[in-house]
Design a binder for this molecule. Structure first.
Ligand SMILES: C[S@@+](CC[C@H](N)C(=O)[O-])C[C@H]1O[C@@H](n2cnc3c(N)ncnc32)[C@H](O)[C@@H]1O
Length: 499
């Protein structure tokens, strides 16, 4: 059965907006209505607790949650009462509902979304929870874990032009609109762009919407910020595995992300930043850094790439065989699982990394910095401000000599604490650790020189002078202490522990 996409009719959408506002259909109000138990169950893809909490409430808010959030059939009178300005005829004309028996059902998912400063709504295709069946191959993804990860990690400087590549229903573009004067969104999927147009009108945004594959639609254009949660899933190219548009970019292995990294530089203004998510394959015993460094090599871009997670081929196969609504007891699941294992085995893949890729076009003439690191634990949410300050710190470090770095009177950041651990009964600590409260939540072990240096970093004494004094106290040559301490100083500055 063909499923309609919503119609971006400004007059009808304005009526819908009025009804959603009047019902207080917001993230906070929905959470309060559902309560922690049903909210947590929904996050585990279980609708029953939410259905029990909302079924007899009868308020417009509860009706909207049942209709557009849970995929329940709702009595027509009740649905009409929740949409008094738009009406059910208007909702059907917008492609949001259809009749079913004595009531109506939603034909798309429509839910509130927001950040610290904004309240939005997002329409996307019904999920497998709502349809109670596997997804269509042209399914338009709504809010997912990857969408919120990218939104959290994106640095948000004020820019003139921003691009959301593979926009889907437009989640990232909503965020971009808050700090970019002009937002362009692209996708290969016409369905996705229908949803993006609808969401732009619903949230009173004005995006330049362009259809096409990867960077083709923006040939010759440059942006101050490019974000992409690209179709990075590594999918076997066999008829046994469906090719979902929302996760498969049409290439073998991790080539989609590799190509994006290699080709994005031409679309960045000087100083422009690209922020992506991606998967990469680890072949045999190789280090993931070598593979991903190879993608960056020759681009001339600064790169800061953080691996956040690693899965073995079986874990990866299970994740993506289940995604799309297939249960592990089915034959389809087993066939897909085997196809994934065969595909990885054909390239000798032993693990699959997932991470965040930040690239920056240089402004002047210098060597680019390329840093590949792992941070698999919890980090600050949102991370964007930290990514921006980390980029600026790394840029400053790349533009300054060691002498200049040591001429600065650094100060320990306010969120940094020191931990000392020692053997019971011993006076001197055996281990001294520096712990960052925000950002990447780095924990750095310090040696004697490092601990002494950090203890005097109060913003008054240049690091070089402090190291000379420490060398004298320890009876060591000043040059030796300085050379040994420099990597630590640069590392602490890059990650914002010294400011
Ligand atoms: C993982 S979804 C991301 C959606 C949304 N930007 C987000 O953050 O949730 C990937 C998107 O890329 C689109 N896509 C797939 N292949 C593409 C291609 N070759 N060129 C451009 N977009 C593509 C899909 O239609 C989908 O909307």
């Amino acid at each position: 059965m063909s499923v309609p996409t919503p119609v971006a009719d400004p007059e009808l959408v304005a009526r819908l907006r009025a009804d959603l506002r009047a019902a207080a259909y917001t993230v906070e109000a929905v959470a309060e209505l559902l309560g922690p138990l049903a909210t947590a169950a929904l996050a585990r893809e279980q609708v029953l607790p939410a259905q029990r909490v909302t079924v007899d409430v009868g308020t417009p808010l509860a009706t909207l949650v049942r209709l557009f959030g849970l995929g329940d059939a709702v009595d027509s009178e009740e649905a009409a009462a929740a949409l008094p300005t738009l009406g059910l005829v208007g909702a059907a004309s917008l492609g949001l509902v259809r009749e079913q028996g004595p009531g109506v059902v939603a034909t798309c998912d429509l839910r509130p979304y927001g950040d610290e400063d904004h309240a939005w709504w997002i329409a996307s295709d019904l999920t497998e929870l709502q349809t109670r069946g596997p997804l269509r191959e042209d399914h338009v993804l709504g809010l997912g874990g990857a969408s919120t990860t990218l939104a959290s990690w994106t640095p948000r400087p004020a820019v003139e032009r921003a691009l959301d590549l593979g926009t889907g229903c437009g989640v990232q573009a909503l965020h971009l609109g808050a700090h970019a004067r002009q937002v362009t969104v692209t996708d290969i999927s016409t369905r996705a762009l229908d949803f993006a147009r609808f969401n732009a009108v619903l949230n009173e945004c004005d995006w330049d919407v362009v259809e096409g594959s990867m960077l083709d639609p923006v040939a010759g254009q440059q942006f101050g910020l490019i974000v992409s949660n690209p179709p990075f899933v590594i999918t076997p190219r066999t008829p046994d595995v469906p090719l979902f548009e929302y996760r498969d970019g049409g290439q073998a292995g991790d080539a989609v992300v590799a190509d994006l990294v290699r080709s994005i530089g031409a679309h960045l203004e000087p100083g422009g930043v690209a922020q992506f998510l991606g998967n990469w394959e680890v072949v045999g015993d190789a280090d993931w850094r070598d593979r991903v460094r190879g993608w960056v090599a020759g681009t001339g871009l600064d790169a800061w790439i953080i691996q956040r997670d690693v899965q073995d081929p079986a874990e990866y196969a299970e994740t993506w065989s289940r995604d799309g609504g297939h249960h592990s007891a089915t034959t389809e699941f087993a066939t897909m699982y085997a196809a994934w294992l065969d595909d990885f085995a054909s390239r000798g893949v032993s693990a699959i990394g997932f991470g965040v890729i930040t690239l920056q076009r240089l402004v002047g003439d210098r060597e680019p910095f390329v840093e590949l690191t792992e941070a698999t634990g919890p980090v600050a949410v949102p991370m964007g401000a930290h990514v921006l300050s980390g980029l600026r710190a790394r840029t400053w470090l790349a533009e300054h000599t060691d002498d200049e770095v040591l001429a600065v009177a650094w100060r320990c950041a306010d969120d940094v604490t020191e931990e000392r651990h020692g053997r019971p009964g011993e006076e001197d600590p055996a281990v001294i650790m520096l712990r960052q409260g925000g950002g990447l939540r780095r924990v750095v072990r310090l040696d004697t020189v490092g601990a002494a240096l950090v203890s005097v970093c109060d913003g008054t004494l240049p690091a070089g002078a402090a190291l000379a004094a420490i060398a004298e106290l320890l009876g060591k040559p000043a040059a030796e202490v300085r050379v040994a301490a420099l990597p630590l100083v640069r590392e602490l500055v890059a990650d914002g522990l010294l400011v």
